[in-house]
Ligand binder design. Structure first.
Ligand code: FAD
Length: 407
């Protein structure tokens, strides 16, 4: 049985960065990454942006060049799904029956695209966007599609809609809530994004429930709960992820919607860490609530924390969450977590395309959404990190640079 000093399950952002961080810090032991995708680690954000738009080939979205892993003596065991973990024996077993031993296990499995729970979810032409294979499949069907329904007005659905409009497709986006980005942004930003998409020709249907996807073997349309049918040659589903944590929970790790970890990314099982989208952690920027953060920043920062802890250093995750999204000409950067804010302050004029929204909780800056406004984003990170209390008048005045307030 092959045994590795550090065995990383999941070859995505977090898993790759954990291996990289260990080597950068001089870890000399054996490292393997076992992942179910048949590919070296690659960046996921372009999947709904440049890669979907065919603006970037796959080689340009690799996290490191293909030769890097062997050069760094990091074994890549691709195409292998880990199905069981034995925390006492310190082994994992893969779906094809291979058992691997570990000194330390790092669980970095992200999540699977959530599927529709209604009828027709498995029909041909219904796609999620979580990995390269999803996008490659979608791309083979795109040339024959004219009308596309996107279900879900989160980042991925909106980004996909923007790319599809670029391809000249008719796009209808269906959102169950009364605004897009409801989970992650304030109302003003939602309205701005909705207007932008409408101007670009996307039909946005808010407060709208899907009853089923219709079709015999392939999707032909989406039936709404009020009975209306929207014709579709393709359906793209972007309704979040389900964290891939079953084997670890079955092995006895605490968790539910993710694997519970402490500040050093340790699970409740000995010698097992969890990082990235699947890690449920108490987050200072969420008022101490246990959350999972689905972002490259979080995956990278938690990977670094776990690497340090594995090497015996004191390490605690306390990074300011940040996220970006590109849609048409909009470069949106978000810092902090706006959920639970009690005041939102607009800086600048959305009609100009360049503005920010500053979110306060109890007078403190907790988050910013920055539309085409990098300066605000950079200075805003400081405001959020320090929980700065600033005057509303100053925050609302785009002529007052945020960096002067941060200082
Ligand atoms: P992943 O990158 O999902 O990697 C997990 C890997 O583990 C996958 O390869 C998975 O197949 C594998 N795996 C799962 N279970 C097992 C198992 N049992 N055995 C073996 N392997 C397993 N974030 C941003 O910050 N900005 C963006 O603009 C942005 N855009 C995005 C666009 C898209 C389309 C998607 C899908 C995500 C986007 N994200 C973005 C989120 C970001 O990509 C994730 O937060 C990040 O990839 C999380 O890294 P991870 O390693 O935790 O999970």
């Amino acid at each position: 049985m092959p045994v590795f000093d550090v065995l990383i399950v999941g070859g995505g952002h977090a898993g790759a960065q954990a291996a990289i961080a260990l080597r950068q810090r001089g870890f000399a032991g054996s490292i393997a990454i076992v992942g179910d995708e048949p590919l070296p680690p690659y960046e996921r954000p372009p999947l709904s942006k440049d890669y979907l738009a065919s603006d970037k080939p796959f080689e340009r979205i690799l996290i490191r060049p293909a030769t890097f892993w062997a050069e760094q003596a990091i074994a890549l065991l691709t195409g292998r799904l880990v199905t069981t973990v034995d925390a006492d024996a310190r082994t994992v077993t893969t779906a094809d029956g291979v058992t691997l031993g570990y000194g330390t296990l790092v669980w970095a499995t992200g999540g699977a695209a959530r599927r529709l729970s209604c009828g027709g979810a498995d029909l041909g032409g219904v796609h999620g966007i979580r990995n390269r294979a999803d996008v490659d499949r979608l791309q083979t069907e795109l040339p024959d599609a004219t009308q596309i329904v996107v279900i879900g007005g989160g980042y991925i659905g909106l980004e996909a809609a923007a790319v599809l409009r670029k391809f000249g497709k008719q796009v209808c986006l269906i959102e169950a809530q009364d605004r897009v980005l409801a989970r992650v942004a304030g109302v003003d930003l939602s309205r701005f994004v909705e207007d932008m998409h409408r101007q670009q020709g996307v039909a946005i249907r808010l407060d709208t429930q899907v009853a089923c996807v219709e079709g015999a073997t392939r999707a032909t349309g989406v039936r709404l709960s009020d009975g209306e049918a929207i014709p579709a040659d393709l359906v793209i589903v972007g309704i979040g992820i389900v964290p891939a944590v079953e084997p670890l929970l079955a092995a006895g790790a605490a968790g539910g919607n993710g694997v519970r970890v402490d500040a050093a990314c340790r699970t409740t099982l000995p010698h097992i860490f969890a990082i990235g989208d699947c890690a449920l952690h108490a987050n200072r920027f969420a008022g101490g609530a246990e959350i999972r953060v689905e972002s490259v920043q979080n995956a990278t920062d938690q990977a670094a924390v776990a690497a340090r802890a594995i090497m015996g250093e004191d390490a605690a995750y306390d990074a300011v969450p940040w996220f970006w999204s590109n849609q048409y000409d909009l470069k949106l950067q978000t810092v902090g977590l706006s959920s639970g804010h009690d005041r939102a302050i607009l800086r600048g004029d959305p009609a100009s395309g360049k503005f920010s929204i500053v979110y306060l909780r109890d007078g403190r800056v907790v988050a910013l959404d920055c539309a085409n406004n990098v300066k605000d984003y950079v200075a805003g990170r400081r405001l959020v990190a320090d929980g700065v209390i600033a005057s509303v008048e100053q925050l609302a005045d785009p002529a007052v640079p945020l960096k002067t307030i941060a200082a």
